[in-house]
Design a protein around this ligand. Structure first.
Ligand code: UFG
Length: 338
């Protein structure tokens, strides 16, 4: 059984490729290397003991996608390839719509023509915005996200649902909360590009001395310590959820399936809790200062992940500390590679 993984050399993609290979799937990766590096492919092979097929191209190049699909019989697809920086999407919205939506549409056009089903989409809890109640389950009303990045995720979901309904296809929308951590081998993780926007990469670089101080964006939120709360999910747990979702789709007898799952731990952690957990897990110091709130940030978001547990038999069970230990190991690996 061969699975096409787009963005398979990226952060969540590479961890998912390893889990697919460990579960006996053959994998074909397409990745344009815009947010990854070629050595990740070798590291996937080292970790999983098998090498996936790799195509380095941009999915907006439909003719190259056609060639790939002519050369391989594809049984399903996990679609990660997308631009993902919230702040950047505000500066370059049209680039985000072009990249994230055209690549999705090219895939769906080809799958429609070739009758390929079993499509899994990398979505985000950003589709809920600041929800009226916590934890957030899948029936929580969606709100139009503020960022153009978030809008591409919400639009992507709608396009995929229409595709499934009109063309009788099986699809799953996976809404991630905040992925963190690295592979326990320390061979795969999030590659830093410029100044990190996300909390855990910034904390890690501060501990490593690359950044002077972490800016904590606001301590006047209505939470216990005043800092904002998120649901931090370990990336290997997240990767395993993709395999569980794929196996469920493959088993479904109905020709049309639209599954939606929140992927989180069900537990919220504040910014300061993450900072202190990182310090405790790795015996390092993370200097920080309190700053103004970051525009567009919400106060709190954590998942009700019961649906994924009940229907996929999957649960995120790695602790925050354990996940943060792997992040530090990955940082050490990157330093020693330089
Ligand atoms: N934070 C800081 N300092 C930093 C970075 C982050 O205090 O240097 C705080 C933020 O203000 C926020 C929390 O840490 O309260 C988490 O911030 P991240 O940027 O790591 O994550 P977000 O929850 O803002 O964004 C994430 C994903 C997006 C996705 C969004 C959905 O990065 O892709 O969740 O809510 F759209």
């Amino acid at each position: 059984m061969t699975i096409l993984v787009t963005g398979g050399l990226g952060y969540i993609g590479s961890h998912t490729v390893v889990e697919l290979l460990n579960n006996g799937f053959d994998v074909v990766i397409v990745d344009d290397l815009s947010n990854s590096e070629k050595f990740i492919l070798n590291n996937i092979e080292e970790v999983a003991g098998k090498k996936p097929v790799f195509y380095p191209f941009d999915l907006k190049r439909r003719e190259l996608l056609k060639q790939l699909l002519d050369a391989h019989k594809i049984d399903g697809c996990i679609h990660f390839a997308a631009y993902k920086a919230v702040g950047e999407s505000q500066e370059k919205p049209v680039d985000y719509y072009e990249n994230n939506l055209f690549s999705l549409i090219n895939l769906l056009q080809e799958f429609k023509e070739r009758n390929i089903s079993n499509f899994i989409f990398s979505s985000s809890c950003t589709v809920y915005g600041q929800a009226d109640k916590q934890p957030i389950d899948e029936d929580t009303p969606l709100k139009l996200p503020e960022s153009s990045y978030g809008k591409t995720k919400q639009m992507g979901e709608e396009i995929i649902k229409d595709f499934a309904t009109a063309h009788h296809k099986k699809v799953t929308l996976l809404r991630y909360f905040n992925p963190i951590g690295a592979h326990p081998s320390a061979k795969l993780g999030e590659l830093p590009i410029g100044i990190p926007n996300n909390l855990v990469p910034y904390v890690t670089q501060t501990a490593a001395g690359i950044r002077e101080k972490l800016n904590v964006w606001g301590n006047d939120y209505p939470t216990e310590d005043g800092t904002a709360i998120r649901d931090y999910i370990y990336v290997v747990d997240l990767a395993k959820a993709h395999v569980a979702a794929l196996k469920k789709l493959l088993k479904e007898e109905a020709d049309t399936v639209i599954d939606v799952y929140n992927l989180g731990t069900g537990k919220g952690s504040s910014v300061l809790e993450v900072v202190h957990a990182f310090e405790a897990a790795n015996s390092v110091e993370v200097p920080y200062q309190i700053c103004e709130r970051r525009p567009g940030d919400i106060t709190i978001a954590y998942a009700n992940a019961d649906k994924a547990e009940n229907e996929l038999g999957w649960k995120a069970d790695t602790s925050l500390e354990e996940a943060l230990r792997t992040t530090w190991q990955w940082q050490k690996y990157l330093e020693q590679r330089q």
